[in-house]
Design a protein around this ligand. Structure first.
Ligand code: ZN
Length: 357
């Protein structure tokens, strides 16, 4: 982006965790074989190509890339990969996960070690000022809240990441009574996964997972903590954008993308945010809608523009066709310099509590 004006982008949503942070049997027991020998996927891709199954081969190639990313032996190695796609002054909100107690088997690395490694990454002279580490809490695992608070209070992590789809409500009593009060007092933001896809507790039904994940599940949290800045990641998720784009649910009442827009533009929830990570990596399908929402001249457009964050979801995006770099350029081009700057530079600073919004 060298011939564009120098700006400091903050990518509000990336992951650097590795196989060691993922439960042994996730997502399926049979994949254990592939995790240990990802070259098998490469082999299958070659076979599919031989058989003329090019779309299958392409999918397998991307799965292989994804495997390669998560099989890197350290969070540093993953970070170095994502950094290649961005200007050198770009900052990254790095989101860990605590995937214990979701019935997918044991997790090799502890939550504490994951936080400590992330802390070392943030302190590493090569990355100083570019890594904004978040703490994670999974209230299903004992001691998780305490460890999350240690990362926030002692390691000065920049915010909290939660993932209710694993099997808990966002107003779980541990979060409401132990965790949010501290996050609120420290003036840190919350990032949470809001899409029908992603990691789910093995014994959690889709219906229940959706009740834990849907935008309105945050109403009790926002009522009790009106100053807490909560970002519903993925803008409702790819599935709900697809349903919206195809006009399959005209009322929009059960569509999470519509729900998020309505909640933000209503003005009732002034500290509710969303990010465009992953979902907008299906760029051609959804950018016309995002443009319409964000470039609208009315009050609703203005309100929405002030609450959308740029994020990518690296390395989940390695399963998709377009690179981070390509999407970043296209987004900047499609939204225009002013709106891109708002969602990628100014809004993240407000959400992170670095400046008044
Ligand atoms: Zn993510």
């Amino acid at each position: 982006m060298s011939n564009l004006p120098e700006i400091r982008i903050t990518n509000c949503h990336i992951h650097t965790f590795t196989n060691d942070h993922v439960p042994r049997d996730y997502p399926y027991k049979f994949l254990r074989l592939f995790k240990r020998a990802p070259i098998l996927i490469k082999g299958l891709a070659g076979l599919a190509r031989l058989l003329g199954q090019h779309p299958v081969a392409e999918k397998l190639d991307r799965l292989y890339q994804f495997q390669q990313e998560s099989a890197r032996d350290s969070q540093t190695a993953v970070l170095e990969q994502v950094k290649k796609h961005y200007p050198s002054n770009t900052r990254f909100v790095v989101l860990p996960m605590d995937m214990r107690n979701i019935d997918h088997g044991p997790v090799p690395t502890s939550q504490r070690d994951q936080h400590n490694e992330l802390n070392r990454l943030a302190m590493n002279p090569d990355h100083l000022g570019t890594v904004l580490p978040f703490a994670t809490v999974n209230p299903l695992a004992s001691g998780s809240a305490e460890e999350g608070l240690r990362a926030l209070e002692e390691l000065h992590f920049r915010g909290l990441k939660i993932y209710p789809r694993m099997g808990f409500a966002p107003d779980h009593n541990v979060l409401m009574n132990k965790v949010y009060p501290v996050v609120d007092k420290l003036n840190r933001p919350v990032m949470t996964h809001c899409s029908r896809g992603g990691v789910q507790g093995k014994l959690v039904s889709d219906h229940t997972a959706n009740r834990y994940t849907e935008p309105r599940a945050y109403i009790p949290v926002m009522r009790k903590f009106p100053d807490l800045r909560i970002c519903l990641a993925h803008f409702g998720g790819q599935y709900d954008w697809k349903v919206y784009a195809e006009g399959r649910e005209p009322s929009g009442d059960e569509n999470w993308q519509v729900q998020i827009r309505r909640m933000i533009t209503s003005g009732d929830w002034p500290n509710l945010w969303t990010d465009i990570s992953y979902t907008l990596f299906h760029f051609d399908d959804y950018i016309p809608f995002l443009r319409l929402f964000l470039l609208s001249e009315d009050d609703e457009g203005e309100r929405l523009r002030s609450r959308v964050l740029f994020g990518s979801d690296f390395y989940m995006t390695r399963q998709e066709k377009l690179s981070e770099r390509a999407v970043c350029f296209r987004l900047r081009n499609a939204l225009g310099e002013e709106v891109f700057r708002q969602i990628a530079v100014e809004n993240p600073e407000i959400w992170l509590g670095e400046r008044e919004g």
